[in-house]
Design a binder for this molecule. Structure first.
Ligand code: ADP
Ligand code: MG
Length: 336
C-alpha cells in the first residue's frame, strides 16, 4: 500500500492510537492544531511542530531568507493562535545542504528572531545537521492558554456561526503567480506573492476569540477552507452551510483571477496557507465579539453557520448550492 492510497490524514489516523503511553497529563494528543497538556493548574501547555521542505513547501528563488525564517515561525504561532494561546518558546532544527551560504542562514535567523521578538517568543534550542540535497526546516513552539479558554476543533455545536479572521485565497493565488509568471500589474502580483511568502499569525485574534467565552471551536486555515472546515465538522460531528458571497477576498485576488482566467473560488476554498483563523461562535454573541475584536484592530467575517446535518454546503452567488468536499492540501494526494 502506498501513502497516496490513504492520504496524509489516513496515515495520521493510522499511527495516532499507538502514541499514548502516559495519558494522565494529556488533554488532547494527536488531532488538533496543538497538543494540549496539563501545566501549572491555571494554564494548559500547548505544543506544535511543522516541517518546511525545500521544493515541497518553498523554493529558494521564490523567497528571501528572512521571509522564510519569519514564515517558519509564523505558521507555528498560527497553530498556537488556533488553540487560543499565547506563544512562549521556539525550537529550530535545520538540515542544511552544502550550497547554502552562512550569510543566507544569518538572514534566515534575523527574519525569524525579528518575528519572534514581536511576540516575545524565545528561541531556546533546536538541532543542526547536513542534508544531501534540500534544506529542511522544523520549528516547534510551546504556548500557554488559560484552562477555561482553550479552543479545540471538536467542540463546535449546531447553530454556531462560522467566522474567518481575514481574507482567503491570496496565498494560493500568489503561489500560482510564482509558478506561472502571468502578465499582471506589479501591485497585484506583489500583494498576492507577499501573502504567500510572508503570512502573519493571527495570535491577537486567537486570544480575543478564546477570552470572549463565546467561541466553541477554532482551527487555522493552513490546508484550505474546505479541508480545515472539514476537520471542524468531522471532529465536532456537525455539518456547515457557507455563503459564497460572504467569503472575504481581496481586490487583488479578484483582479488576478480575471486577468489569469481563473475561478477565484478555487483559490479561496481549496488554496491553503492563508493562516487566518476559522472559528465557531455562539450566534447570540457574534455581534458583541465582532465589536470587541474590531475595537482591538482585528477583523471578523461571518461566512456561514453550523448545522446538524453532516456535510458542507456552499450557497453559490447565483442561488444554487453545491457540496464543498475537502479539496485542500494533502501531501500524498496532490492534484497535478
Ligand atoms: P496543522 O496543519 O494544524 O499543523 P496537521 O494537519 O499537520 O496539523 O496535523 C494534524 C495532527 O496530526 C496534529 O495533531 C499533528 O501533531 C499530528 N501529526 C502529524 N503528523 C504526525 C506524525 N508523523 N506522527 C504523529 N502525529 C502527527
Ligand atoms: Mg493548524
Amino acid at each position: 500500500m502506498k501513502l497516496k492510497d490513504i492520504g496524509e490524514f489516513g496515515f495520521i489516523d493510522r499511527v495516532a492510537p499507538f502514541g499514548m503511553t502516559r495519558p494522565a497529563q494529556v488533554v488532547k494528543g494527536i488531532g488538533d492544531d496543538c497538543a494540549v497538556v496539563l501545566f501549572d493548574g491555571l494554564n494548559y501547555l500547548l505544543v506544535t511542530t511543522d516541517l518546511l521542505v525545500e521544493r515541497v513547501h518553498f523554493r529558494m528563488e521564490w523567497t528571501e531568507a528572512d521571509f522564510l525564517g519569519a514564515k517558519a515561525l509564523a505558521i507555528q504561532l498560527s497553530d498556537i493562535a488556533a488553540c487560543g494561546g499565547r506563544p512562549l518558546d521556539a525550537f529550530v532544527s535545520l538540515a542544511i545542504p552544502e550550497h547554502i551560504e552562512v550569510e543566507w542562514l544569518d538572514e534566515f535567523y534575523r527574519g525569524m528572531t525579528d518575528y519572534a521578538r514581536a511576540f516575545q517568543v524565545n528561541v531556546l534550542g533546536g538541532d543542526t545537521t547536513g542534508s544531501k540535497t534540500d534544506l529542511i526546516v522544523n520549528v516547534a513552539v510551546t504556548g500557554q492558554v488559560p484552562m477555561d479558554q482553550v479552543l479545540f476543533r471538536h467542540t463546535a455545536r449546531p447553530g454556531d456561526v462560522l467566522i474567518l479572521t481575514g481574507p482567503i485565497g491570496d496565498s494560493a493565488a500568489g503561489c500560482d503567480i510564482l509558478l506561472s509568471s502571468p502578465d499582471l500589474p506589479e501591485r497585484i502580483s506583489q500583494r498576492l506573492i507577499h501573502a504567500h511568502v510572508a503570512p502573519r499569525a493571527h495570535v491577537k485574534a486567537g486570544r480575543l476569540l478564546a477570552s470572549s467565552g463565546a467561541c466553541t471551536a477554532a482551527i487555522d486555515v493552513s490546508d484550505g477552507l474546505s479541508s480545515d472546515l472539514g476537520h471542524i465538522c468531522e471532529d465536532s460531528k456537525v455539518g456547515a452551510i457557507v455563503n459564497e458571497d460572504s467569503l472575504p477576498r481581496s481586490e487583488a485576488l479578484l483582479d488576478a483571477a480575471a486577468a489569469m482566467g481563473k475561478d477565484p473560488l478555487h483559490w479561496m476554498v481549496n488554496g491553503g496557507e492563508d493562516y487566518v483563523l476559522l472559528a465557531a461562535i455562539r450566534p447570540e454573541r457574534v455581534d458583541a465579539v465582532k465589536t470587541v475584536m474590531e475595537e482591538q484592530g482585528c477583523t471578523i467575517h461571518v461566512i456561514g453557520a453550523l448545522v446538524e446535518e453532516p456535510g458542507i454546503l456552499l450557497r453559490r452567488t447565483d442561488g444554487g448550492e453545491m457540496p464543498l468536499r475537502p479539496g485542500g492540501w494533502d501531501h500524498f494526494r496532490r492534484e497535478p
